[in-house]
Design a protein around this ligand. Structure first.
Ligand code: ZN
Length: 65
């Protein structure tokens, strides 16, 4: 099983469609992370450390699995 590249904590479902597609790039992340990105984008949550680190990571490694 793959680990979520965003939080590096939750595992991803084997079926890609059961995960969330990140709004930051073409990368699948766990559903809690997907919810978090949605909350951040809608202004209901301030970007946290995970969000900032993941955005930076995507910019330096856009071809993440
Ligand atoms: Zn996650």
């Amino acid at each position: 099983m793959k680990i979520c590249p965003r939080c590096e904590k939750e595992t991803l479902e084997d079926e890609q469609v059961l995960n969330s597609l990140s709004r930051r790039g073409d990368v699948y992340i766990c559903n809690p992370c997907g919810d978090e990105e949605a909350l951040i984008d809608s202004g209901n949550m301030a970007p946290n450390e995970i969000e900032i680190a993941f955005s930076a990571k995507l910019q330096s490694e856009p071809d993440l699995p």
